[in-house]
Design a protein around this ligand. Structure first.
Ligand SMILES: Nc1ncnc2c1ncn2[C@@H]1O[C@H](COP(=O)(O)OP(=O)(O)OP(=O)(O)O)[C@@H](O)[C@H]1O
Ligand SMILES: [Zn+2]
Length: 658
C-alpha cells in the first residue's frame, strides 16, 4: 500500500508529494533548509566573509524550504486557486526583495517543518488503514495433483483447495471442507471471541456462492486459524476478498463528506480571498500612517501567516481519517466522514426484525392439517414449493420436511414470490399458495380464527392452500439474538431515545420479540414499501433516523434513512455495498462501539475547530497591532496545525467503555 502517499495539504486540494519525494524527503528538505539558514546566519557575523557568501547559502535554504510549497502552489494555481503555499512563497520572496533573506528563509523553514510533521502524522493514520492489508498472508499452500505447493495468494483460483496450518493466517475467502476448529475473526469483524468452524461437504457441487454459505462453514482471508488444520475451498479471488474490498472502501477518498467538512471547505473558499484583501490593505498602511513600506510589509506578512486557515483545513479530515481507521480495526466500516459524524448524533434507530434482532433461523413449531389432509402431506407440499425460495421461513420448512420424511420430490413449476406475503406455484398440476393471513382474503371464519390464535401465541403463521382449499397451517418461531437485549439497553443508556422494530411479520410476533429484548415500539405487518413509508414517517418526527438491517431485503429502507447500518457485512456483498456503516461481524454488539467512536470523533472535530479558529482569532489582532512578530505568527500557526493533527490521532486509540 506504499502508493498511498497522497497528502491532504492544508487546502484539501492539489495532489501531494508523491512517489520518490515521500514525506521523509519533505522532512529532510526542511531540515536542510534550517541548516543552510543557520550556517548563512552565522557566516554573516564573521568579518571578512564577503556578503554574497551568506546570500548564496540563503538561496539554498529558500530552495529546500520552498520546494514543496512551490509545488503545491503551482498545482493550485493551475486550477485557478490561491492557497496558503502561494501566500507563504509570496511572503518569503517579499522579504527577500527587501533584502531580508534570513527572515524569508526562516519563514519557509518553519512552514516546511510544520507541514512535514503534519504529513507524517497524517501518514500514521493512513498506515493504520493500510496495515489492514498486512493481515493477509502473502502465500498459500494449495493442494494439487502432484502434492502441496506454495503459491502467491494472487495466483489462487476459485475452487482451489488450500491447506491452512494451525495458528496461521487464512489466505482466502472460502468454505471449510475438511477439519474443524476455532478461527479468530477479530481482524475482519472485531469479534474478540474465536468462532467455531465446521466442514461443509461440497464434493460434486459445481458452483458455491459465498453469500449462501453459513457462518460456521465460511472463512475470510486475514482471519487467524486456531489449533486445527483446515482445508478450505477458495470462493473468492484475492482481489475480491472481503478484506480487499474493506481496504478499498476504507481508503476511498470520494466517500461522503461530513457536514463539518463541507462547512470548512466552504469557509476556505470565501476566506482565502478575504485574507488576501486584508493583506493588500495592510500593505498600503505606510500611505496612511507614519512608517516605512518595509514596516507595513512585515505587518502584512505576519497577518497573512496568522490568518492562514491551515489548521482549520486539516482539522476535520485528520479526525475523519483516524476515526475511520479505528473503526475498521474494530470491525466497523464507516463510509466517509458523513456517517462517522452523523451516527453519534442520532436519537432514533429503526431495526429490521428478521436476521437483525432475531437469529433469522426460525424453527418449525407446529403443523396443522385441515380438510382430510395429513400433517406429512402438508409439510411435504409446503417444502416442495419453499425449496425454490431463499426466505428464512422457507429454510425452516424445508429442514423440517427433510427430517420427517423422505418421499420423492413432487414436480414444481411456475414458482412466483409475492413480496411480503408468500409464494405461489404449480405442484403436480395443482395451484398451491403459501403465505401469511393477509395473503388470503377469502378465508373461512374457522380457518381464520385458528390462524389468528396461533399468531397470538407469537408464531409466524403460514397457511397452505391447494386448488383454492386450505389444507394446513404451519407455524415457525425465530429466537432473538442472544446479544439483542443487552445491546438495546446499552443503546438506551447512550441516549438513543427512540428504537423501533420494523417487520413484515405479523404484529403479535413483532410484539413478542420486542417484549423479549426490551424494545418498546414494534411495527408489524409491513410490506417492503411500507417499511420505506415508516422510515419516512420517522424522519419527519425525529429528523435523523438510522436503519439497521442485514441488507437482504431492507436495502431501500436503509438507503432512505439518514444512516444505513448493515450487519454481517463480512458475509454479504450487498450489505457491504449498500450501507453507510457496515458492521463486519454478525453481532449487534458492535453498534454501541460504533456510536461511541462516532461521538468521540465528533468531539475531536469540535475541539479541532476551536483550536484552529481560536488561534486565528488570537494571532490576527496581535499581528495587526504589531504585538506579535512574523516568527511568532509562524510558530503559532504551525503549532495549532500540529496540535489539531495530533489531537485527531488520539482517535486511533479509542476504546469503548460500556
Ligand atoms: N417464502 C415464504 N413462505 C411463507 N411465507 C412467506 C414467505 N415469504 C414471505 N412470507 C410471509 O410474509 C411475511 C413478510 O415477509 P418479509 O420477507 O416481507 O418480511 P421478513 O423479512 O420475514 O420479516 P422482517 O421484516 O421482520 O425482517 C413473512 O413473515 C411471512 O409470513
Ligand atoms: Zn500551514
Amino acid at each position: 500500500m506504499s502508493e498511498h502517499h497522497h497528502h491532504d495539504h492544508c487546502h484539501n486540494g492539489a495532489a501531494g508529494h508523491d512517489s520518490i519525494f515521500g514525506s521523509k524527503t519533505e522532512l529532510q528538505f526542511s531540515i536542510l533548509a534550517g541548516s543552510f539558514l543557520l550556517v548563512g546566519f552565522l557566516l554573516s557575523f564573521i568579518p571578512g566573509v564577503s556578503t554574497w557568501v551568506p546570500l548564496i547559502i540563503y538561496v539554498a535554504s529558500f530552495f529546500f524550504g520552498g520546494f514543496y510549497a512551490l509545488k503545491e502552489a503551482a498545482g493550485s494555481l493551475v486550477k485557478g486557486r490561491f492557497d496558503i503555499d502561494f501566500l507563504m512563497i509570496a511572503a518569503a520572496l517579499g522579504a527577500a526583495s527587501l533584502g531580508e533573506w534570513a527572515e524569508g528563509a526562516l519563514l519557509l523553514f518553519l512552514f516546511s517543518l510544520g507541514h512535514a510533521l503534519e504529513h507524517s502524522a497524517m501518514d500514521k493514520a493512513r498506515k493504520s488503514i493500510s496495515a489492514l492489508s498486512d493481515l493477509s498472508p502473502k502465500t498459500a499452500f494449495v493442494k494439487r495433483a502432484e502434492g502441496v505447493e506454495e503459491i502467491l495468494i494472487e495466483e489462487l483460483r476459485i475452487d482451489d483447495i488450500v491447506i491452512v496450518k494451525p495458528d496461521s493466517k487464512i489466505p482466502a475467502d472460502g468454505v471449510v471442507v475438511k477439519g474443524s476448529g476455532a478461527v479468530n475473526q477479530s481482524p475482519i469483524t472485531g469479534e474478540s471471541i474465536p468462532v467455531d468452524k465446521v466442514p461443509l461437504d461440497s464434493t460434486g457441487v459445481n458452483h458455491i456462492d459465498i453469500n449462501d454459505v453459513n457462518a460456521e462453514n465460511r472463512v475470510f482471508a486475514g482471519t487467524i486459524n486456531g489449533s486445527a488444520e483446515l482445508h478450505i475451498r477458495v470462493l473468492k479471488l484475492s482481489a475480491d476478498s472481503t478484506l480487499s474490498r474493506l481496504i478499498k472502501l476504507v481508503s476511498d477518498t470520494k466517500a461522503k463528506k461530513s457536514r463539518t467538512q463541507r462547512f470548512t471547505d466552504e469557509v476556505q473558499i470565501h476566506y482565502v480571498p478575504g485574507v488576501l484583501a486584508l493583506v493588500a490593505i495592510l500593505l498600503c498602511a505606510f500611505l496612511f500612517i507614519d512608517e516605512s513600506f518595509s514596516e507595513s510589509f512585515y505587518r502584512a506578512m505576519a497577518v497573512l501567516v496568522a490568518a492562514s486557515p491551515c489548521a482549520l483545513a486539516i482539522s476535520t479530515p485528520s479526525a475523519v481519517l483516524s476515526g475511520i481507521a479505528r473503526g475498521a480495526r474494530g470491525g466497523v466500516l464507516f463510509k466517509g466522514g458523513g456517517p462517522l459524524e452523523e451516527l453519534g448524533g442520532l436519537r432514533a434507530i429503526a431495526f429490521d426484525k428478521t436476521g437483525t434482532l432475531t437469529e433469522g433461523k426460525p424453527r418449525l413449531t407446529s403443523v396443522t392439517a385441515l380438510n382430510e389432509s395429513s400433517e406429512d402431506e402438508v409439510l411435504l407440499l409446503a417444502a416442495a414449493v419453499e425449496r425454490h425460495s431463499n426466505h428464512p421461513i422457507a429454510a425452516a420448512i424445508v429442514r423440517a420436511a427433510d427430517e420427517r420424511t423422505d418421499r420423492p420430490l413432487t414436480r414444481v413449476s411456475e414458482v412466483t414470490s409475492v413480496q411480503g406475503h408468500g409464494l405461489s406455484a404449480l405442484v403436480d398440476g395443482s395451484r398451491v399458495l403459501i403465505g401469511n393471513i393477509s395473503f388470503f382474503d377469502d378465508l373461512s371464519e374457522d380457518v381464520r380464527k385458528l390462524a389468528l390464535g396461533k399468531e397470538s401465541e407469537g408464531n409466524t403463521t403460514i397457511l397452505i392452500k391447494k386448488d383454492d382449499h386450505p389444507i394446513g397451517i404451519i407455524t415457525v418461531m425465530d429466537t432473538p439474538r442472544p446479544e439483542a437485549a443487552e445491546t438495546i439497553s446499552r443503546l438506551r443508556k447512550l441516549g438513543i431515545k427512540r428504537m423501533v422494530m420494523l417487520s413484515g411479520d405479523n404484529q403479535q410476533v413483532a410484539d413478542s420479540v420486542a417484549g423479549q429484548i426490551g424494545m418498546s415500539e414494534a411495527w408489524g405487518g409491513l410490506l417492503p414499501e411500507q417499511k420505506l413509508d415508516s422510515i419516512a414517517a420517522l424522519l419527519k418526527r425525529e429528523e435523523h433516523v438510522a436503519m439497521v438491517g442485514d441488507g437482504v431485503n431492507d436495502a431501500p429502507a436503509m438507503a432512505k434513512s439518514s444512516v444505513g447500518i448493515a450487519m454481517g457485512a463480512a458475509g454479504s456483498d450487498v450489505a457491504l455495498e449498500t450501507a453507510d456503516v457496515a458492521l463486519m461481524s454478525d453481532k449487534l454488539s458492535s453498534l454501541p462501539f460504533a456510536i461511541g467512536l462516532s461521538r468521540q470523533s465528533h468531539r475531536v472535530i469540535k475541539q479541532n475547530l476551536w483550536i484552529s479558529l481560536g488561534m486565528v482569532a488570537i494571532l490576527v489582532p496581535l499581528t495587526i497591532l504589531d504585538v506579535a512578530s512574523i516568527g511568532f505568527a509562524v510558530v503559532g500557526h504551525e503549532g495549532s496545525t500540529l496540535l489539531v493533527v495530533f489531537n485527531a490521532l488520539r482517535l486511533l486509540n479509542y476504546q469503548y467503555k460500556a
